[in-house]
Design a protein around this ligand. Structure first.
Ligand code: PHE
Length: 470
């Protein structure tokens, strides 16, 4: 008979099980097993269980060794059974010295009593227990069990409550006879497995909002693979420029070259590189089509801008504000501030008669929306802009000027071959997405932000991003 059956059938014909310990001994089942069954039966209210606890003192190891090695009084005390023992018998039970010393000590300690030839244990009072406890000769032992009575849901056999109503139950119709488990409305639901936005995506979204608030349109950036032509040549970047070396740029092996380029525009680009025009002397070298055809992973989002401006130039001119935020690739040695891929944010305004003053003005507006109102500019060089300026912002936390971007006015050598009207200027600027994200999220190693070493915990718990004043 199983433990559960034993408990239930006993209770069916008896009022109670007064002591689960004794009960388990009678039926010969381990008490722990009975206890588990009782807990479960109590949970389903088939039985009512009351805790019972017994406590008694036992000799510790030290106490026991003491009884072996010496302390005649303890040996003597232990030799006296709870119901007492005649003196002569006790004398036979123990060593004569133990008997002699033990008797006098135990009597003195009031551990035993000697009356009419019968030696009996005295109830050890609390004081003695304290003393033995202090000497670590005894320890308290507890036993826990239950007394049981029938519970409100008592049944001689437990029917397992069903948790789910299934299609089969409905088909067979046996749901009518089933007992369903109650819903636990207090149970806490399992945490949802959901997607989480990476900090870069959160910051990107904020930048996107700022551009949209400023009336910029997003450019299509869905081509990581680009031709050298759009990435470099269209931007008046000479073919010998070191950035076009495989040490800096990832070139594609397959397909290694682009299939098509706008031929008449390619001719104009070749011409401006070789011999200039529109007041420029050009670079004076022999421009090679093979270089322009080479496919690469775009090294900057200015490739996106060059395609967009070319498209714009094919239609009657209308002023435009464009932006892009997407990934770029460079053949860099990876360290705590550089990865071989990162994201660029780029903005440009294309209109008649724009000046450097407009660029500075729009940069102030843009960066103020990010919470950076102190800006400084430093002359710089880019093959495609003139003048060019590095942008610095005063970082209140770091108490110093930090570089936040690069900017400039696109050169006529870039814009005029595209076919844009002579009086149209384009002001543009670019920055990385990683840099502000690292500052905002307090990350000082780029590898903790992006790539295979990123801690997923960061992705799951990073706070929302709010840039500047909105
Ligand atoms: N393309 C430049 C870079 O990669 C940024 C830039 C964009 C500079 C537009 C000037 C104008 O750093």
């Amino acid at each position: 008979m199983g433990a559960e059956e034993a408990v239930l059938s006993f209770l069916e014909s008896n009022e109670e099980i007064s002591d689960s310990g004794k009960f388990s001994a009678t039926i010969g089942i381990d008490h722990n097993e009975i206890v588990n069954i009782i807990k479960s039966l109590h949970g389903f209210r088939l039985v009512d269980a009351q805790d019972i606890k017994r406590e008694w003192w036992v000799l510790t190891d030290e106490g026991r060794s003491y009884t072996v090695a010496g302390s005649p009084e303890v040996q003597l005390f232990l030799a006296v059974p709870p119901e007492g023992i005649p003196r002569e018998e006790l004398q036979k039970k123990v060593d004569p010295t133990v008997f002699k010393i033990g008797c006098s000590q135990a009597i003195k300690n009031k551990w035993v009593e000697m009356g009419k030839g019968l030696v009996s244990r005295k109830v050890i009072d609390a004081k003695d227990i304290d003393e033995l406890k202090r000497r670590k000769l005894i320890a308290l032992q507890t036993w826990k069990g239950y007394s049981l009575r029938k519970g409100p849901n008592f049944a001689p056999k437990r029917v397992k409550a069903v948790t789910d109503l299934t299609r089969e139950h409905l088909q067979k119709g046996d749901w009518k006879g089933l007992e369903f488990k109650d819903y636990n409305y207090n149970a806490r639901g399992a945490t949802l497995e959901a997607g989480h936005l990476h900090p870069l995506l959160k910051v990107r979204e904020q930048f996107r909002k700022i551009f949209l608030q400023m009336g910029f349109e997003e450019m299509p950036t869905n081509n990581f693979v680009e031709s050298s032509f759009w990435n470099f040549d269209a931007l008046f970047q000479p073919q010998q420029h070191p950035a076009r070396d495989s040490h800096d740029t990832f070139f594609l092996q397959d397909p290694s070259t682009t299939k098509q380029l706008p031929e008449d525009y390619v001719e104009r680009v070749k011409h401006v590189h070789e011999s200039g025009g529109h007041g420029s002397r050009g670079y004076g070298y022999e421009w090679k089509r093979e270089e322009a055809d080479k496919n690469l992973l775009r090294t900057h989002t200015t490739a996106v801008s060059s395609r967009m401006l070319y498209l714009l130039a094919q239609k009657p001119f209308s002023p435009r504000r464009y932006f892009s935020i997407d990934r770029v690739f460079r053949n860099e040695a990876v360290d705590r501030t550089h990865l071989a891929e990162f994201h660029q944010i780029e903005g440009l305004v294309c209109d008649r008669g724009l000046t450097l003053g407009d660029l500075i003005g729009v940069l102030h507006d843009f960066f103020a929306r990010l919470g950076m109102s102190k800006l400084r500019f430093k002359p710089a060089y880019n093959p495609y802009t003139e003048p060019s300026m590095e942008i610095f912002s005063y970082h209140e936390g770091f108490k110093k000027w930090v570089e936040v971007g690069n900017s400039g006015m696109f050169r006529p050598e870039m814009l005029l071959p595209m076919g844009l009207p002579e009086d149209v200027s384009v002001i543009a600027w670019g920055l990385s997405l990683e840099r502000p994200t690292m500052i905002l999220y307090g990350i000082d190693n780029i590898r903790d932000l992006f790539g295979h070493k990123v801690d997923l915990g960061l992705i799951q718990t990073n706070p929302i991003c709010r840039l500047g004043v909105q």
